[in-house]
Design a protein around this ligand. Structure first.
Ligand code: ADP
Length: 162
């Protein structure tokens, strides 16, 4: 049984994330989507909201589950008995950052990192850019699952009113 972990903050989950999760699920026996719940970073959505949107996103994928994690992803992988971390690569910038991270993680516990090239349809999609564009009224509906659009619009409106 080979288990992989797809880690991230998923603030919120995008179609780009879900594409990577689906492809990881076709390569490994089991995939755990690990949602970072460290309190240090400022997030638009709470950990519970991010977890719940991902639960909806993986509906129908029988070998995928969603869990929160805090601390080092390497420790989480060891506890979850995962052999690999799966990451999507959108660009050379992603690669430079992810290569260093993968090498550090391998140094820490020997866990492997598997890189999947982003689907070109989502190569320009990041949660942060989607939030920024949506906050100015841009149409991001093709880049997010339907069940994220409503909550995103509401959150951004709440934040603008604060
Ligand atoms: P973080 O906030 O930890 O940087 P994200 O939650 O934004 O991470 O993304 C988690 C991981 O998902 C990224 O490290 C990347 O591997 C992958 N990813 C994010 N967006 C895309 C995308 N559009 N296409 C492919 N992979 C993506």
């Amino acid at each position: 049984m080979r288990r992989a972990v797809c880690p991230g903050s998923f603030d919120p989950v995008t179609n780009g994330h879900l594409d990577i999760v689906r492809r990881a699920a076709s390569l490994f026996d089991e995939v755990v989507v690990a949602v970072g719940v460290n309190v240090s970073k400022s997030r638009l959505f709470t950990a519970d909201e991010r977890l719940s949107m991902l639960q909806q996103g993986i509906a129908g994928l029988g070998n995928v589950r969603v869990e929160g994690f805090s601390g080092l992803i390497t420790t989480y992988c060891r506890e979850a008995d995962a052999v690999a971390i799966v990451k999507g690569l959108r660009s050379g910038t992603d690669f430079d950052y992810e290569l260093q991270m993968a090498q550090m993680n391998a140094h820490l516990t020997g866990v492997e990192t598997v890189f999947l090239p982003a689907d070109p349809a989502y190569g320009f999609v990041s949660s942060s850019l989607v939030k920024e564009v949506a906050s100015y009224g841009g149409d991001v509906s093709a880049l997010l699952p339907d069940f994220v659009l409503g909550p995103l619009t509401e959150k951004l409106a709440q934040r603008a009113a604060e």
